[in-house]
Design a protein around this ligand. Structure first.
Ligand SMILES: Nc1ncnc2c1ncn2[C@@H]1O[C@H](COP(=O)(O)OP(=O)(O)OP(=O)(O)O)[C@@H](O)[C@H]1O
Ligand SMILES: [Mg+2]
Length: 463
């Protein structure tokens, strides 16, 4: 799939922006702090209803405005579909697909699929388990949309169960583990059933993802001695460098080790079936009850798990160098991209996500830039950002758009390359009303422009 047009209203530092896009590579180029990342963040938001930078929506709305609207015209199998989200911090977002308002904004997820890599992703390798769980679950939802519901219900059940544990903790009998805990069985069962569902889905996902990540790491970091030592560079070699393992709080409680997902053993059927996992979770909760009441927390389940990333036999977190961690994070995203592309649901066109690379090339030397450029060259659509045009590898020919303080210059194509940064501001079109590109806007016939903006205003009126 690809995006033919992106429109923003009151998003971050954009009052209005209209960005016509094409398949192939588009580089957003401009000095620091101008709004390049904001554009790709907006695209990611229509795709996933979340930002890769902030967990609350307030910063996404332009200072002084009340709500933001992001709209993307998505082309899948030659048909274009308008996906729109209105961001209302503190209140429910509203989403539209085509002309229809969706009952729940969440239903928009999956219409546009993007895989976004940004410098923040370094935290996938260096940071807390939460980021790795989110990475896995976000990918899971794209592969099996049914799991969006499971994930949300699990979180809800967990909250209820924790609330009950906390309230029990305030009565002294229960604190001593003496008293019964009326009603807890219901929540045990719910948390266990949903948790087992999530647990087995995650294991299966990570087993499928692992080989893609290993290959991506190899491609980005050039781990295999290309050409030399024929045996070492054979197909199986990258997997020994990069390994993913699942650390399950349930397995840990049961005294079992972590599960190596790169191994052939991790095939489907290698792990216990869901009903067994659910029964094991219930059992673990019963055994942990006293401590859970003391702490007011559910101590076992997928919310306590982690994805362990290792590099040449050592945990990446705490051991890997900065450059290695960075390559690993990039490999996780590129691996996810390849997995979605080759095994995702839908037609080949629906499967292929839009690849977004924020600030990726500045970190790489010339050789790695060239390898990454090669790797993404056959993607249907790639959006990338760079502060200076020289950071964009010459192999990646395509459109370049100048981004200056919340407005979009003309697609600068060759002019900018020739001028190499010397006063190359394109004519700005801050309100987007007179068509920022003035040429062959691919979306002129589908209402992604001014017409769409009116609809947003109507909605505002209904408050
Ligand atoms: N809610 C908001 N309202 C107004 N301006 C905002 C808002 N949020 C962020 N900004 C502004 O947007 C700008 C940052 O934009 P962005 O992160 O897209 O920059 P960038 O072009 O990617 O820069 P870099 O090259 O440094 O990554 C900052 O100047 C910031 O103050
Ligand atoms: Mg940026």
């Amino acid at each position: 799939m690809h995006v033919a047009h992106l429109s923003l209203a009151d998003f971050r530092n954009y009052e209005r922006a209209e960005l016509p896009l094409e398949p192939g590579v588009t580089a957003l180029v401009g000095p620091n702090g101008q709004g390049k990342t904001n554009l790709v963040e907006a695209l990611g938001y229509v795709a996933s209803l979340s930002s890769h930078r902030v967990s609350h929506d307030a910063p996404l709305v332009r200072a002084g405005a009340e709500r933001a609207v992001v709209r993307a015209s998505v082309v899948r199998d030659g048909r274009s579909l308008l996906a729109e989200v209105e961001i209302n911090p503190g209140r429910a977002n509203r989403a539209r697909l085509g002309r229809a308002a969706l009952p729940r904004a969440r239903e928009l997820v999956g219409t546009l699929r993007t895989v976004l890599f940004a410098p923040e992703d370094l935290a996938l390798v260096k940071g807390d388990p939460e980021g790795r769980r989110r990475f896995a679950d976000d990918l899971l939802v794209l592969l099996a949309p049914r799991l969006a519901g499971v994930r949300a219900e699990y979180e809800r059940a967990l909250k209820q169960r924790n609330a009950l544990l906390r309230s029990a903790g305030s009565t002294s009998a229960a604190r001593r583990g003496a008293g019964p805990l009326p009603g807890i069985e219901v929540w045990d069962a719910q948390v266990a059933t949903l948790g087992a569902d999530l647990l087995s889905a995650r294991r299966y996902l990570l087993a499928r993802l692992a080989p893609y990540v290993a290959r991506a790491y190899d491609a980005v970091a050039e781990t295999a001695p290309g050409g030399t030592g024929a045996g070492a560079a054979a197909a199986g070699a990258p997997a020994d460098v990069v390994r993913l393992a699942y650390r399950s709080s349930l397995a840990e409680h049961r005294g079992e080790g972590e599960e190596d997902l790169s191994a052939e053993a991790a095939r489907e059927g290698g792990a216990p079936p869901r009903d067994v996992l659910a029964a094991q979770l219930v059992e673990a909760m019963e055994q942990l009850r006293r401590r859970e009441v003391e702490r007011g927390l559910t101590l076992v389940g997928p919310h306590r798990d982690d994805v362990l990333l290792s590099l040449r036999g050592l945990p990446a977190r705490g051991y890997a160098s900065h450059g290695e961690s960075w390559s690993y994070a990039l490999a996780l995203r590129l691996g996810a991209y390849e997995l979605l592309r080759s095994e995702g649901p839908g037609t080949p066109s629906e499967r292929e996500p839009v690849l977004v690379l924020d600030d990726v090339f500045a970190e790489l030397d010339a050789r790695r830039r060239a390898r990454l450029a090669e790797l993404v060259a056959d993607a249907e659509q790639v959006l990338l950002t760079a502060a200076v045009p020289e950071d964009v590898p010459p192999q990646l020919t395509g459109r370049r758009v100048a981004v200056r303080a919340g407005s979009l210059g003309l697609p600068v194509a060759d002019a900018e390359r020739e001028a190499a940064g010397a006063g190359t501001d394109g004519p700005d079109g801050p309100d987007g009303s007179d068509g920022p590109d003035g040429s062959d806007s691919p979306t002129a016939d589908e209402g992604a422009g001014a017409d769409g903006a009116d609809r947003a205003d109507e909605e505002t009126g209904r408050g």
